[in-house]
Design a binder for this molecule. Structure first.
Ligand code: UD1
Ligand code: CA
Length: 456
């Protein structure tokens, strides 16, 4: 049984009040369009085409990059008109599934249920029951309970408006019949559009069987037309992901205050406190603990590591049993070996922090290769940028850097070296020796404080 999928994505989405086309708005940092495309691709259709129009300059590069067929609907004359534009793409297959790019959360299993609910010559509609059906097309049935038509909100009388069973927009149609019926659509309605939904009444006339699958889960069939609906679906989506993680054995202190904007792979007995955001691809090892208000993007966190509140980690690899924060910023290219410790108000970038090494307070460590067992005193800065180029700092095993030191790169601190507090290191520091750059402490007797000129 061959299947074509047509994704409607040409509308402007004026209710979003945005310069960005609606379907390029994001839910969990992924565009609405991409949510729908990913689900569609999961069904392995023979053909798939996306109908675009508004904002093609933004939509087309994305589709081309993913090698997805696009069809341009130059004027947005309605959902039926949009499907007409894709005819050349679906002609010759057995059935056509129409998806709306502004209905992002439909599950593949729901679509499979719809595809399998009637024979291939029937018209199948995914519906749902809504307490507040405002804005949706209503499923109109006769006394025998058979669907007779779909009536749009703007064309409905009071009795029809009271119907709570609504059209999700998602439909499966027999291909040959669809091709024959599309030219019969008219735009004689409240919006002057060619409605795809009018095909239902045409199917009744042609004696085509109409089946419906009612999806109990409203969020799966909810459309995004305004920012309120987008926010509602974002929360629904996040709550589902949170439930799924808890089912995998993760403790979430509050599932309503957790956001996953990408994918996470989890070990055992992980605890995540409130207001944590995970983005991109994140891997969390066994027993990882993440404190409140952390944002972690594209990171691998080793087992037993504890991240204290208010840390930001990005593009980094963190070893096992490390300790980070509170208030630490781990920037791209940071690699922490096992048992390393990064304390408060420390920023690392493109830096390797060796086994058990400690950077506990108020430091910037950038473009650095640090060995094991190093202790970096408070306020130490690697001066990695000379105004034009970046340079690296190398710090040997067991070195001790005194507080408030500046290591002017390129520079090397030897193994076991001690750098005195307040040192500005412009040349390499010898291994196993004390390096000082400021003069020795002296007391000058008879020295007088300067006084202001007009004070006598
Ligand atoms: C549509 C349905 C309605 C259903 C609702 C579910 C019709 C006539 N109405 O209404 O029955 O309850 O979806 O969410 O189909 N689009 C195009 N080209 C166009 C017009 C729209 O590609 O010319 C695309 C839009 O980008 C969007 C989708 O089709 O992805 C739906 O369009 P929209 O205007 O949002 O339809 P609704 O009024 O929500
Ligand atoms: Ca819509």
């Amino acid at each position: 049984m061959s299947l074509s999928i047509v994704v409607l994505a040409a509308g402007k989405g004026s209710r979003m009040k945005s310069a960005l086309p609606k379907i390029m708005h994001t839910l969990a940092e992924k565009t609405l369009l991409e949510h729908v495309i990913d689900t569609a691709q999961g069904l392995s259709p023979q053909n798939m085409a996306v109908v675009c129009g508004n904002g093609v300059d933004r939509v087309l590069p994305f589709l081309n990059e993913k090698n997805i067929t696009s069809v341009i609907q130059h004027e947005q004359l309605g959902t039926g008109h949009a499907v007409m534009q894709a005819e050349a793409e679906f002609a010759g297959t057995d059935q056509v599934l129409v998806l709306y790019a502004d209905v992002p959360l439909t599950q593949q299993s729901t679509l499979n249920a719809l595809l399998n609910c009637g024979d291939v010559q029937s018209l199948r509609i995914l519906t749902t029951q809504l307490a507040d059906p405002t804005g949706y097309g209503r499923i109109v049935r006769n006394d025998a309970g058979q669907v007779t038509c779909i009536t749009e909100q703007k064309d409905a009388d009071a009795a029809t408006l009271a119907i709570q069973e609504v059209n999700s927009g998602i439909m499966v149609l027999p291909c040959d019949w669809l091709q024959a019926a599309l030219p019969k659509l008219s735009n004689q309605n409240a919006q002057g559009e060619y409605y795809l939904t009018d095909l239902v009444a045409l199917a009744v006339v042609d004696g085509i069987t109409i089946s419906t699958v009612c999806c109990e889960d409203n969020a799966q069939v909810a459309g995004v037309n305004n920012r309120q609906q987008l926010a509602y679906l974002e929360r629904e989506y996040q709550l589902r992901q949170a439930q799924d993680l808890m089912a995998q054995g993760v403790t979430l202190m509050d599932p309503a205050r957790f956001d996953l904007r990408g994918e996470v792979e989890v070990g055992e007995d992980i605890t995540i406190d409130v207001n944590v955001i995970l983005a991109g691809k994140v891997v969390l090892g066994n027993n990882v603990k993440i404190g409140a208000n952390c944002v972690i993007t594209n990171a691998v966190i080793g087992a037993g590591t504890e991240i204290l509140p208010n840390c930001v980690l990005e593009e980094c690899t963190i070893g096992e049993n490390t300790n980070i924060g509170p208030f630490a910023r781990i920037r791209p290219g940071s690699v922490l070996a096992d048992e390393a410790k990064i304390g408060n108000f420390v920023e690392t970038k493109n830096a390797h922090i060796g086994l058990g090494s400690k950077v506990n307070h108020l430091s910037y460590i950038g473009d650095t290769d640090m060995g094991a067992g190093v202790n970096i005193g408070a306020g130490t800065i690697t001066c990695n940028y000379d105004g034009a180029n970046k340079h690296r700092t190398t710090i040997g095993d067991n070195a001790f850097i005194g507080s408030d030191s500046q290591l002017v790169a390129p520079v090397t601190v030897g193994e076991g070296a001690t750098v005195a507090a307040g040192t500005t290191l412009r040349k390499d520091a010898a291994a196993n020796a004390l390096t000082l750059t400021k003069s020795d402490q002296r007391s000058l007797s008879g020295w007088k404080r300067p006084i202001k000129k007009d004070q006598k």
